[in-house]
Design a binder for this molecule. Structure first.
Ligand code: GLU
Length: 455
């Protein structure tokens, strides 16, 4: 768990804000960690702009504007009733309507949703677009549930949530455990309850009913585009590099796809039970068939792929030697031990496809070893940015081609990269994307909060 002694920053405003967060949010280690990671980089900005401290911008930022917690009752296929807990934390709307995904996973609790919502504020600010930060979800476990059970759960969840949403108020999307199928059931229930065909109220919709091309691919593609730009700034690129990706969900699959398109050899990915190494390079069509169509584990991939692949149960994917590592599964999946292994194996770049996948200790080891490090709030912002592209198409009742949407994503990722780079340089730490992302995101939200008075 993070504690006050982990704070390297000696700015008094930062220290007192963090102390306050720890005292007011006990038993929420992930939230405390996410706050620590941002605040720890802010003292140069606060020293330069005392008005942030005068107006208590840090304290205001760390307190969600609104938090909704609710009961989600649903009936399984055998007629048994279950009760889950639903959440929506509407963290900050200084830059636009609340925006952020919904996560369905047994590990979800209020602290996890608050950490994700807090991250989302800065991520969304970094896109340069007009969106605030939020996150939601439930401790519901979709694993092994039938399609009918998923439908009933989603309808019950939205029966409560719908009254808190709206295209100008709060616009959810997917996250872990929530993909196109779940968005469909929730959008359907919203439409019925609100009596409005309000496309802009959710993103990640199907292509036939208001969705955007490239939204499915966007988080993974964006992470790789960000990585490529970081490498290019250092006279390198992805062509011919050995890449390891953790996870085998939406972010991982489309990171693999884009990295392969750029000439990388992606040799490993993982799921909650183990990892697969494939020295010839992963066969993406087979992987998609197993994960997206059959919803099976990657051990099935290894079985079908034959000789070049082998499956390792239980162990960590970071022991596979690589040049580039893309943690794309979940929070705190890359710890100090894994970071040391990656460094010993000569890793040159790490970019976070997931939200906060690297522990604070691992992040500082990688940064100190001179590894290029793309923090999640910048590297994986392509997903939410493409959600805004979807909202733009909805508002104009139009639909773009794949090429057009992909071009917009590429320009957005370049902008995010350059905003981090520029802020890092301005504060005397060139190449430090962690500092750059936190400061650039903070300045944009902080300035909007200052301009809008005490809200
Ligand atoms: N859940 C995604 C994220 O972590 C996407 C959010 C969205 O599109 O609103 O950024």
């Amino acid at each position: 768990m993070a504690s006050e002694s982990d704070l390297h920053d000696h700015h008094t405003g930062v220290r007192s804000a963090y102390k306050h967060v720890v005292r007011r949010n006990p038993y929420e280690p992930e939230f405390q960690q996410a706050v620590l990671e941002v605040l720890d980089n802010l003292s140069p900005a606060l020293t330069r702009h005392p008005e942030y401290d005068d107006q208590r911008i840090l304290q205001r930022l760390c307190e969600p504007e609104r938090q909704v917690m609710f009961r989600v009752p649903w009936r399984d296929d055998n007629g048994n009733v279950h009760v889950n807990r639903g959440f929506r934390v509407q963290f900050n709307s200084a830059l636009g309507p609340y925006k952020g995904g919904l996560r369905f996973h047994p590990s979800v609790n209020l602290g996890v949703i608050k950490f994700l919502g807090f991250e989302q504020i800065f991520k969304n600010a970094l896109t340069g677009m007009s969106i605030g930060g939020a996150k939601g979800g439930s401790d519901f476990d979709p694993k092994g549930r039938s399609d009918n059970e998923i439908e009933r759960f989603c309808q019950s969840f939205m029966t409560e949530l719908h009254q808190h949403l709206g295209e100008h108020t709060d616009v959810p999307a997917g996250d872990i455990g929530v993909g196109a199928r779940e968005i469909g059931y929730m959008f359907g229930q919203y439409r019925r309850l609100a009596n409005r065909w309000e496309a802009g109220v959710m993103t990640g919709k199907g292509l036939d009913w208001g969705g955007s091309r490239v939204r499915t691919e966007a988080t993974g593609y964006g992470t790789v585009l960000f990585t490529q730009r970081m490498l290019e700034r250092n006279g390198k690129d992805l062509d011919g590099r050995r890449v390891v990706v953790s996870g085998a969900g939406n972010v991982a699959l489309y990171s693999i796809e884009r990295a392969q398109q750029l000439g990388a050899n992606v040799v490993a990915c993982s799921d909650s039970n183990g990892y697969v190494v494939d020295d010839k390079g992963l066969d993406l069509d087979l992987l998609k068939q197993v994960k997206e169509v059959e919803r099976a584990g990657i051990d099935v991939y290894a079985e079908r792929r034959g000789q070049s692949a082998h499956y390792v149960r239980g162990a960590g994917v970071w022991e596979v030697p690589c040049d580039v590592a893309l943690p794309s599964a979940t929070q705190n999946e890359l710890d100090a031990k894994a970071a040391r292994t990656l460094i010993d194996n000569g890793v040159i770049a790490v970019a976070e496809g997931a939200n906060m996948p690297t522990t604070p200790e691992a992040t500082s080891l990688l940064r100190r070893a001179g590894v290029l490090f793309g923090p999640g709030k910048a590297a994986n912002a392509g997903g939410v940015a493409t959600s805004v592209l979807e909202m733009r198409q909805n508002a104009r009742r139009t639909s773009w081609s794949f090429d057009h949407a992909e071009q917009e994503l590429a320009e957005t990722m370049a902008g995010i990269h350059d905003r981090c780079e520029e802020a890092a340089e301005r504060y005397g730490c060139p190449g430090d994307y962690v500092l750059g992302a936190n400061v650039a995101g903070f300045e944009r939200v902080g300035n909007a909060m200052l301009a809008q008075g005490l809200v």
